[in-house]
Ligand binder design. Structure first.
Ligand SMILES: *Cc1c(COP(=O)(O)O)cnc(C)c1O
Length: 382
C-alpha cells in the first residue's frame, strides 16, 4: 500500500462493530465482561477502541509492530524514557526540542537517569560519547530550530555496535516523509500536536515500537503510568492523519517559495532549510527522507528587528507550535527555547535575531508578500 492510501486505509480503517467508516468515539471508561476475565476490552486506560485504531494506524505508518497514543508529545517522551532506570545513561541531540531538554535535565535527573547532550550530526562525536552505562541514543532530525540533520543509518550502526536502543523524535518530518525504523531505529515518537493533527486543535503524542517485545514494555509503561490520549482526541488525530499526505506535499511547495524569497532578501542573514543545497545536511536528509518539510529558520540583524517583524506580519500567527494549516512565526530565544540557558543557546547557534517559521497552507504569494512588507517596514523604522 502506498503512503497516501495507507493514511486512509491503514490501521483500523472502519469500525469492526458497526462498519462506520469514521471510527466512533468510544466514550466509555469500562466494559462489561462476559465472565470474569472474559472480555475484549477491560478498562480504558489499558485499551480503548478509538485509541487503538489510532495506535494501529501510526504503527502501520511508521512500519513498526505496536503504536501507543499519549496525552501529549511530552507524555510520549516521558513514557519512552521510563523504559530506562537509575544509573542508565542516554545520548541526546544537543539542539533537541526545549521541552525534551527540560524533562531530561530537570526531571529525569531526579531519578538517576544521566543524559549527555551531543552533536548527533557528527557520528564520530556520538561514537566517542558512548560509556559503559549508555543505554540509548535519542535523536531529532531535522532539529529545532536550526534544522540540523543526523544520519540515521550511521547512528543506528553505532547503536547496534554498542547494544543501544535508537530513539527518534520524528515530529518534524512526519511518517509521510521519513520512517526511521526502516533506517534502523528501535522507537519512533511524535508530538502529534504538530503535523499529524495538523489543525492546531489537539495536543497528543505517539510512540511506535519496532518489535513486539519493545511494544510490550511500552504498553506496560503506558498502562502503569497512565498518560493516555482521550477517545475524542484520538478521533481528531485519525481525522487529521487522513489528509497528512496532501498537506505535506502542499506545505513543501509553499516552503520552497518562501525560502526562495528569504534567501534573496538583503535584510535576511542566514537561512536554515535542509532543502538548500548548501545546507550541511542536505545530502544526508535527501537520502533518508522524501521531503524537506515546512520549517524554516532565518536571522535578522537583532532581536529588536525580529520583534518588529513579528509585529508587522499579518498572515503569520505569532505562536509557539508548528505544523498546522496556518503559518506560524516565533523567536526561539524568547519562546520555544527560552528554557535553555542563554550561554548554551548561543553555543548552539540560536542567535537572538533568529526567527522560525512554520509554513502553512495559505496561498504562497500572500505569505511572500506578507514577509516582504514586514521586512520593508522593518528597514524604514530602524
Ligand atoms: C512540540 C514538540 C514536542 C512536545 O510535544 P507536545 O505535544 O507539545 O507535548 C516534542 N518534540 C518536538 C520535536 C516537538 O516539536
Amino acid at each position: 500500500m502506498r503512503k497516501k492510501t495507507q493514511l486512509i486505509h491503514g490501521g483500523v480503517s472502519r469500525d469492526p462493530y458497526t462498519g462506520a467508516v469514521s471510527i466512533p468515539i468510544y466514550q466509555a471508561s469500562t466494559y462489561k465482561q462476559d465472565g470474569v476475565g472474559n472480555f475484549k476490552y477491560e478498562y480504558a486506560r489499558t485499551g480503548n477502541p478509538t485509541r487503538e485504531a489510532l495506535e494501529k494506524l501510526i504503527a502501520d505508518l511508521e512500519g513498526g509492530a505496536r503504536g501507543f497514543a499519549f496525552a501529549s508529545g511530552m507524555a510520549a517522551i516521558t513514557a519512552t524514557v521510563q523504559l530506562f532506570r537509575a544509573g542508565d545513561h542516554l545520548l541526546v541531540t544537543d539542539d533537541v526540542y526545549g521541552g525534551t531538554f527540560r524533562v531530561m535535565d530537570k526531571i529525569f535527573s531526579r531519578f538517576g537517569v544521566d543524559v549527555s547532550f551531543v552533536d548527533t550530526s557528527d557520528p564520530e562525536t556520538v561514537s566517542k560519547s558512548v560509556r559503559p552505562e549508555t543505554k540509548a541514543i535519542f535523536i531529532e532530525t531535522p532539529t529545532n530550530p536550526l534544522l540540523k540533520i543526523t544520519n540515521l543509518e550511521a547512528i543506528s550502526g553505532i547503536a547496534k555496535e554498542n547494544g543501544l536502543k535508537l530513539i527518534v523524535d520524528n515530529t518534524f518530518s512526519t511518517p509521510y516523509w521519513q520512517n526511521p525504523i526502516a533506517h534502523g531505529a528501535d522507537i519512533v515518537l511524535h508530538s502529534a500536536t504538530k503535523y499529524l493533527g495538523g489543525h492546531s486543535d489537539v495536543v497528543a503524542g505517539l510512540v511506535v515500537a519496532k518489535d513486539e517485545q519493545l511494544g510490550e514494555e511500552l504498553h506496560f509503561v503506558q498502562n502503569s503510568t497512565g498518560g493516555v490520549l482521550a477517545p475524542h482526541d484520538s478521533w481528531l488525530l485519525i481525522r487529521g492523519i487522513k489528509t497528512l499526505g496532501i498537506r505535506m506535499e502542499e506545505i513543501e511547495k509553499n516552503t520552497e517559495e518562501v525560502v526562495r524569497f528569504l534567501t534573496g532578501h538583503d535584510a535576511v542573514g542566514k537561512v536554515y532549510y535542509p532543502g538548500l543545497t548548501d545546507h550541511p545536511g542536505h545530502d544526508v536528509h535527501q537520502k533518508q527522507a522524501g521531503g524537506f518539510g515546512g520549517m524554516i529558520s532565518f536571522t535578522v540583524e537583532s532581536q529588536e528587528k525580529a520583534l518588529s517583524l513579528l509585529e508587522k506580519v499579518r498572515y503569520f500567527t505569532l505562536a509557539e507550535s508548528l505544523g498546522a494549516v496556518e503559518s506560524l512565526i516565533s523567536i526561539p530565544s524568547l519562546m520555544t527555547h527560552a528554557s535553555i540557558p542563554k550561554e548554551r543557546r548561543h553555543e548552539l547557534g540560536i542567535e537572538d535575531g533568529l526567527v522560525r517559521i512554520s509554513v502553512g497552507l495559505e496561498d504562497p504569494l500572500d505569505l511572500v508578500e506578507d514577509l516582504e512588507q514586514a521586512l520593508a517596514a522593518n528597514e524604514i523604522h530602524v
